[in-house]
Structures are given as structure tokens and as C-alpha cells.
Design a protein around this ligand. Structure first.
Ligand code: BES
Ligand code: MN
Ligand code: MN
Length: 462
């Protein structure tokens, strides 16, 4: 194989500009006001796949946003890599905290990225990382070095729960048949510390509504004599953790997989600096479940977090009122063996049970998914390991991530193949936050590493 490095260097400007162009499309799946842009984004991805060398592409309609499919089949006797990614992005708000508009990408130099980082919503999650695969294909096709078959499946609803993809995968097992699934939608430990994500947490996302009186009340006339839904909701939420920050929902930990001492020791060997972790997000101290380290808390332990809470008067000035209703959105990150539907049910039963007289509680499940762990002793992992070694000059560290890509567990169930998570993002990329960015070097390193994965995977599969 020709060196991808030289190809990337020669085409650098164009490879960067193409990403900048697709980052201009506000493909926000959560907000229906942007549905035209989401669809425009799907069409753009299809064209990019065609240009890069897919010989067959298709925009697959679903009940929601379309799934873009593409393939280049060389020989049915060769292995097939299925690339998954998503072209939708998170809403960019709060807009006033962005230093440049979220859909007007610019390259800025930072201390961590002296060569520059692309600032835009979706730069790292996931347009930039998804596009690395398109450009890697372009390199392999144009240098006649694609060693195997490749299929692409790029969806537009990842950030809202991948509902349509579930049906699509179940109905298209044959079309999606593959030997390995390759995803770049996670991160790595540091720019010069490559790692392969070997686990993802599951998720259960619910919304709760607490109702008190049938209308908003004067907080003087009624205050003290009726249950205030906001006070009650706050109390109920507070009771979901005990003094050790364990979750109090009965049965919540029943199926949690406890890691062995050896596994925990191996985890603790990954480079981690608590001080810079704290400094980077501006906190004086970490906080969490007793008995576990920060890296354990954010990867191998389940969590319960309020993502939003509202009700009553939040406008300017003051209004004396007891609201009729209070609401919260709550996410629970789950670990392997916890079943997200079971946990949703346990939460629901418990939350209703702890409600005092004087309020009623409604729990609405949103979406969820199972966690995932990949083994490190199979050809997919070993091929990825060699690819990183080739381009970074060091062995990547296996690392479990705290984030979720719920669809990955379903891939294994339905398509019977394993997933390799080759993420090139960094925690500091600010995904889902204002000022999301993706290092130019991370982006280019990704494009350089992917073709080696194809090469080694094909060789090692023989
Ligand atoms: N790419 C992220 C997940 C991720 C990021 C995993 C970094 C590991 C490291 C994905 O787009 C995402 O945001 N997933 C959601 C879940 C989804 C159901 C909305 C998440 O983790 O909150
Ligand atoms: Mn993502
Ligand atoms: Mn995301």
C-alpha cells in the first residue's frame, strides 16, 4: 500500500475544506425546524460516498430521517468492513457561549492544537470522524489499495435515539452482512496517547412530571399548606442518591458487573492526571460514588443524572407562585448486563412510590440502549492495534468509555459481528457543548490510520 501520509499531505487543503463545507449544514435531528437541512445533509453524504469510490449508494427512507448506504464490493471471498457513523448533530444552544457561530466553521489555533482545530457543531461528533472514513476510502480507491469490501451505513438520528435504525438493521440483515463493524464516534486518551474504546455504557432516559394543585397558586395565599411540586421534585431527586453517592433505586445494582481486581489494576495503569482533569472543566474537586476512582466512576459504574429541570416562574424579576407542575429529564448510564428496559421499569416504580400524598407523578420513558464491551483477543482488535502502532508509533491502550452508542449492542445481536471503536476525538473537544472542535491533526491521523486497519484486518482474516 502507498503511504496514506503522503497522499493526505498532498490533498490536505481539500480534505479540510470538504469537511468545513459539510459542517455548514445545520443537521440538527432534535429540532424539526431543521428537517430540510438534515435531509440535505443525507444527500451530501451520499454524493461524498459516490465521489470517494462507492460503486453503489442509496438513500434509504425510514419513518424518520434517511439512512445513507454505500458500498464497494471487490470480491465476495474477501472480508467486508461495515462503517457506521452519524450525520446528525446536537442542537448548538446556548448560542451566546460560542466564540464563533456553530455552523460557520473556522480553524483556530489552541494550546492543545497549535496546528489548528476546526470549530463547529458536529466537528468531532460525528461529522468529522465519519468523514475520515470517506476520505480513507477515497485514498484506498484512488491508489488502488482497497484490500477488501466496504459498506457504509450513516444515519441521521443517532443523537435522538436511533429509532429508525433499529428497524432498518432488523430488516436489512443481508444487505448489511459484514465481518467487522468499524465506528469512529468516540475518543482517545490524549493526542499522543492512542487508545481503542472497548466498552460503552448503556442508557435509560426518562422524563418525569410531578403535578400538585390543578392550577398555579398564589405562594402567599396557599404557601405552606399545599405540596409544592418543585419542592417535592427536588426532594425526590435528592433521595435517589445516598450519602455515599450510591443510587437508591431497589434492584438498580443487581446485574452490575463487578470488575476483578486485575481488571481494575489494569484500568488504573492508563495515564490520567486528576489535576488537569479538574482544571480543564474548572472544578476544585471531583465528586462521585464512594469506593471508586474517577475513571471507574465515568466508565464501569452506572449513574443517574438530572439533565434538565423546570417548572414555575423563570422569567425576569420575581413572581410569587406555586406552580401546578414540575418536570425533569433524567438519564441513567448503565453498564454491561444491566438491561435498560428493566432499569427504566425499576426507576418508574420507585419514583412513583416515593411521591408523597398531595402530588401525582408521571414517568415517560424516552429511549435507551444496552451497554457494550469488546474483547481484545480477536482479529478485529489486533488489526486495529497494529494500525495505531503503525501511525502513532505506540501501542494503543484499551479503554472503556462512559458514553453510549446504544445501537452497537443491537448490531452484535442482529448482524452477529463485533464492533471496533476507533475514536479520534478528545474529551476536550466539547462535544454536545458550545465551541465543539476537532483537532486538524486528529482528523488527519484518523484518515491515515483507517487504511492500515483495512489492510491488517484483511491480511489477518486469511
Ligand atoms: N458519539 C457520542 C457517544 C460517545 C462520545 C461515546 C464520546 C464515547 C465517547 C454519541 O453521539 C452520543 O452522544 N450518544 C449519546 C446517546 C444517544 C442515545 C443520544 C450519549 O452518549 O449521550
Ligand atoms: Mn456521536
Ligand atoms: Mn453525540
Amino acid at each position: 500500500m502507498q503511504e496514506p501520509k503522503a497522499y493526505i499531505e498532498n490533498n490536505k487543503e481539500r480534505i479540510l475544506n470538504e469537511l468545513i463545507e459539510i459542517l455548514k449544514i445545520p443537521s440538527i435531528s432534535a429540532d424539526s425546524a431543521f428537517s430540510h437541512d438534515v435531509i440535505h445533509m443525507a444527500e451530501t453524504v451520499e454524493k461524498a460516498l459516490q465521489t470517494a469510490g462507492c460503486t453503489y449508494t442509496e438513500i434509504c427512507e425510514t419513518d424518520g430521517y434517511p439512512i445513507v448506504y454505500g458500498e464497494r464490493i471487490k470480491d465476495m471471498n474477501l472480508p467486508t468492513v461495515l462503517v457506521y457513523g452519524h450525520y446528525d448533530v446536537q442542537p448548538p444552544d446556548p448560542l451566546n457561549l460560542w466564540t464563533s457561530p456553530p455552523f460557520e466553521p473556522v480553524i483556530k489555533k489552541t494550546t492543545l492544537h497549535p496546528e489548528g482545530a476546526i470549530y463547529a457543531r458536529g466537528a468531532s461528533d460525528d461529522k468529522g470522524q465519519m468523514y475520515m472514513h470517506v476520505k480513507a476510502l477515497e485514498f484506498m480507491v484512488s491508489t488502488d489499495s482497497l484490500p477488501c469490501n466496504v459498506k457504509f451505513m450513516i444515519e441521521g438520528e443517532e443523537e435522538v435515539g436511533s429509532n429508525s435504525l433499529v428497524t432498518f438493521v432488523k430488516e436489512n440483515r443481508k444487505k448489511l452482512a459484514n465481518d467487522i463493524i468499524l465506528i469512529s464516534d468516540t475518543g482517545m486518551i490524549a493526542k499522543d496517547v492512542p487508545s481503542i474504546t472497548t466498552g460503552l455504557r448503556g442508557l435509560s432516559y426518562v422524563e418525569v412530571e410531578v403535578t400538585g394543585p390543578n392550577r398555579d397558586l398564589h405562594s402567599g395565599l396557599y404557601g405552606g399548606a399545599v405540596a409544592n411540586p418543585i419542592n417535592i421534585l427536588a426532594k425526590m431527586i435528592a433521595s435517589l442518591h445516598d450519602e455515599n453517592n450510591h443510587i437508591t433505586i431497589p434492584g438498580f445494582y443487581d446485574n452490575v458487573e463487578e470488575l476483578t481486581k486485575e481488571e481494575r489494576t489494569a484500568m488504573a495503569e492508563a495515564p490520567f492526571d486528576l489535576k488537569s482533569y479538574q482544571d480543564e472543566i474548572g472544578i476544585e474537586s471531583v465528586y462521585g460514588e464512594k469506593g471508586y476512582t474517577t475513571n471507574e466512576r465515568n466508565s464501569i459504574r452506572p449513574t443517574l443524572d438530572v439533565n434538565g429541570i423546570w417548572g414555575g416562574y423563570t422569567g425576569e424579576g420575581a413572581k410569587t407562585v406555586i406552580a401546578s407542575k414540575a418536570y425533569a429529564k433524567i438519564s441513567m448510564r448503565l453498564v454491561p448486563h444491566q438491561d435498560w428496559k428493566e432499569i427504566t421499569e425499576l426507576f418508574s416504580v420507585h419514583f412513583k412510590k416515593i411521591a408523597p400524598k398531595g402530588v401525582t407523578v408521571k414517568v415517560t420513558p424516552h429511549h435507551g440502549g444496552q451497554g457494550y464491551v469488546t474483547p481484545i483477543d480477536f482479529v478485529g482488535y489486533r488489526a486495529a492495534e497494529r494500525a495505531y502502532e503503525k501511525t502513532f508509533g505506540k501501542k494503543p491502550i484499551p479503554q472503556r468509555s462512559g458514553g453510549s452508542i446504544p445501537i452497537v449492542a443491537l448490531f452484535e445481536e442482529e448482524l452477529k459481528s463485533k464492533t471496533i471503536l476507533m475514536g479520534f476525538g478528545l474529551d476536550s473537544d466539547a462535544i454536545h457543548s458550545p465551541n465543539e472542535h476537532f483537532g486538524v491533526e486528529n482528523y488527519l491521523k484518523g484518515i491515515e490510520t483507517i487504511p492500515y486497519f483495512y489492510q491488517y484486518f484483511t491480511e489477518m482474516s486469511k
